[in-house]
Structures are given as structure tokens and as C-alpha cells.
Design a protein around this ligand. Structure first.
Ligand SMILES: *Cc1c(COP(=O)(O)O)cnc(C)c1O
Length: 388
């Protein structure tokens, strides 16, 4: 039997045909597929604007830049995330700090955020931007984070890389009701894919315009944005320092095709999660807790080991599962553990709940086409591993 990965894409004939159509068309990039994909995500999420880019990492970068993050600014995120949620602040020359997680959702703890803000205010070190991450697809407590942003005057970027297709208080994640910008990732392990790709959603026309400029070198062809009248019909003007973060039409066509099955993907993930919940009920593990206000995108299914009951170390259980060809993973190593972050002078063990999580968490395989047989193999391996 081959390894059961922790996540993988689901590609059908319609996806393949959509990409082939682009290959035969006039534009491989900068054609009509990108705006069409953007429109489909705008329509789905109910936000005003979408800016498609070549990764969520790029989207986070231009989101920070559009919000004016620069040298001397402070950005906060959660330590239990992929490094990209923090790196975006460093790209802009800002400093980064981490807010500990909630023991039930593993998302940024609102209580810790509130305490940290009160302290930061006293020493005049308030963050300019806070980046909550919807870990595993479960939305953060955005209403409370938004209320704190009003009180303390910071802006919000939701890192919803795990969360397209999910809902918060009955509304689609990505509508930006409680944030300035929301970012999605379309990496193959995520909910829908464009191979590589990301998108930034916003309800602010100015922010959208700035991100559009930044994804393509800072170049405009709009006369209204130029500093003087064009030299001629060939003319374009670089008015800011941007990047080439563009998504191709091949990717956008794949994304548009995948959007047709987004709800189906998330529904399948929920069926798998429910079955895991049942099959794991008698094992010495904690299954994921779900807030009643939210419908998770369920990118990940993370269990926590009751290590004293199991009588093995976290690492032993992890290695044993890999021996059984179960492609378990660990999402995530607290970002400040990374040598690069240590070299910036961040302390080692300062988020205690995140440390506890890191000592016990394991991501089980979770993707739409995971079969019941594969799921049974995961459970059997876990049972075998947990019995001495
Ligand atoms: C995957 C991921 C990213 C980065 O996404 P890319 O599209 O690979 O750049 C950022 N944040 C989180 C939480 C992620 O899981």
C-alpha cells in the first residue's frame, strides 16, 4: 500500500479541459480567465473586490503593503501557523510578535490578544496590523477581534488560507465583514487549488486598487493615476515599487473550475471529519472542537494525544504512524521556534498554550477523496500505536 498523504488535490476531467482550453487560447496569462476567477470568488464570498496572485504568501505581502505596513511598524499573528503569516510583516521591514492560542480552537486567543493590547498600549507598542489565522478552516472569533481593532486602532488581515468554503456566523469567510483584507491559498493541499495561487479579498476599493498595482510591478496604464499626460499610446507608468505576483490564466481557469465543486469538497471533508470523530471516540486522543458559530472549511483534522494514557512520546506515536504509511503531519511548529526567528531575538517558549499544542498535535489525513478504507487504515494504525 502506498502512503496515505495528509492532504491532496481533487482534479476531474472538467478541470483538465478548462486548463487545456486556455492552452489553446490566445492568452496564457493576463487574459480573461483571471478576472473570471476573481468574480466567481467575489460572488461566492460576498466581498466587493478580489485580487488574484501567484500564492497566498504574495497576497499576504501586498496586503501588508496596501495597509501601509513598513519600517517601525508592529504586526501580530499566531505562533501556530505557517511561516508565511509572519514573514509578510518582515518583508515590509516591520517587526513581528505572537499572540498565544486558545486551548479549544487553537486559533489566536482573544483573551491573550486583549491582555497583550492593554500592555502594549502602556508602552506605546501597539500593532498596526493583526493577522488572525483560521487554523484548520475554523474561523477565529472575528467579531471580538474586530471590536478590539476599533478600541486599539489596528487593521486586520484574515489569513484564511485554510478556510475558503467555511462560514462564520452563517456568512461566508472572505466577505471581510470583520477585516480589511482576507487572504486565501490555492496550494494543492488546500480546499481548492490552482497549483500555486492565492487571492486577497476586500471591500475597500482603494486597497483593491493598490494591491492590483503591487501585483504587477507598480505599473499603471490608467491615465488618471499617472503623474503627467502619457508620452504616447505605448505609454505606461510605474508609480510604485511592485512585484510580478500575477496569477496565470492556466491557474485561474483551474481555480474557476474548482470553484464549481467548492461546496462539495467542504461537505465531503465534513463527512470524513464526522466519521473520524466517531471512530476516534474510544482512543486516547482529543478530537477537534468546533465552535457552534462556525462552519469550518476543514482543511486539516488535528488530534491531540493523551500522552500519559498512551505511554509513548509524541514523536514515537508520530514515527509509528509514518511506519504504517500514514502520512501524518504536524501543523504547526510555533513560528518563533524557527532558527531565523530565533536569530531575530524572539524568545523561545513564550506562548505556553502553543507549546502544549505543539507537544501533542498530529494532523491526520484529510482530503475530499480519502476513502473509508484509507480512513479505516488510519484508525487501525492509531489503535495499534496507542495500545502498548
Ligand atoms: C499555505 C498557507 C500559507 C501560504 O500559502 P501559499 O499559497 O503556499 O503561499 C499561508 N498561511 C497559511 C496559514 C497557510 O496554511
Amino acid at each position: 500500500m502506498s502512503v496515505i498523504p495528509y492532504g491532496r488535490q481533487e482534479i476531474n476531467q472538467a478541470d483538465i479541459d478548462a486548463v487545456i482550453d486556455i492552452l489553446k487560447s490566445e492568452f496564457l496569462t493576463q487574459g480573461p480567465a483571471v478576472p473570471a476567477f476573481e468574480k466567481s470568488v467575489v460572488d461566492y464570498c460576498g466581498a466587493q473586490h478580489a485580487v488574484a496572485v501567484n500564492s497566498a504568501t504574495s497576497a499576504l505581502h501586498i496586503a501588508c503593503l496596501a495597509l501601509g505596513v513598513g519600517k517601525g511598524d508592529i504586526v501580530w499573528t499566531t505562533p501556530i501557523t505557517f511561516v508565511a503569516s509572519a514573514n509578510c510583516a518582515l518583508y515590509c521591514g516591520a517587526t513581528i510578535d505572537f499572540v498565544d492560542i486558545d486551548s479549544q480552537t487553537y486559533n489566536m486567543s482573544v483573551k491573550c490578544l486583549e491582555e497583550k493590547l492593554a500592555l502594549a498600549e502602556k508602552i506605546d507598542k501597539l500593532p498596526k496590523v493583526v493577522i488572525p489565522v483560521h487554523l484548520c478552516g475554523q474561523p477565529c472569533d472575528m467579531a471580538s477581534i474586530y471590536a478590539l481593532s476599533q478600541k486599539y486602532g489596528f487593521q486586520i488581515i484574515e489569513d484564511a488560507s485554510h478556510a475558503i468554503g467555511g462560514k462564520y456566523k452563517g456568512e461566508p469567510i472572505g466577505n471581510c465583514r470583520y477585516s480589511d483584507i482576507t487572504v486565501f491559498s490555492f496550494h494543492p493541499v488546500k480546499i481548492i487549488t490552482t497549483a500555486e495561487g492565492g487571492m486577497a479579498m476586500t471591500n475597500d476599493a482603494q486597497l483593491a486598487k493598490r494591491m492590483q498595482l503591487l501585483r504587477s510591478h507598480g505599473i499603471t496604464r490608467d491615465e488618471n493615476d499617472m503623474t503627467h499626460t502619457p508620452d504616447g499610446p505605448w505609454y505606461y507608468q510605474q508609480i510604485d515599487l511592485g512585484y510580478n505576483y500575477r496569477m496565470t490564466d492556466l491557474q485561474a481557469a483551474l481555480g474557476l473550475s474548482q470553484m464549481q465543486r467548492l461546496d462539495e469538497f467542504v461537505t465531503k471533508r465534513h463527512v470524513i471529519a464526522k466519521r473520524y470523530d466517531q471512530l476516534l471516540a474510544d482512543l486516547p486522543v482529543y478530537t477537534p472542537w468546533q465552535h457552534e458559530d462556525s462552519y469550518s472549511g476543514l482543511h486539516l483534522y488535528v488530534i491531540r494525544l493523551k500522552l500519559t494514557e498512551i505511554g509513548k512520546t509524541h514523536r514515537q506515536v508520530f514515527e509509528a504512524l509514518r511506519e504504517f504509511d500514514i502520512g501524518v503531519n504536524l501543523h504547526y511548529i510555533p513560528v518563533y521556534h524557527q532558527p531565523y526567528y530565533q536569530s531575530l531575538g524572539l524568545k523561545t517558549y513564550y506562548c505556553l498554550e502553543a507549546e502544549q499544542y505543539y507537544a501533542e498535535a498530529i494532523s491526520l489525513p484529510m482530503y475530499p477523496n480519502l476513502t473509508e478504507m484509507q480512513q479505516d487504515a488510519v484508525i487501525a494504525a492509531l489503535k495499534e500505536t496507542c495500545s502498548k
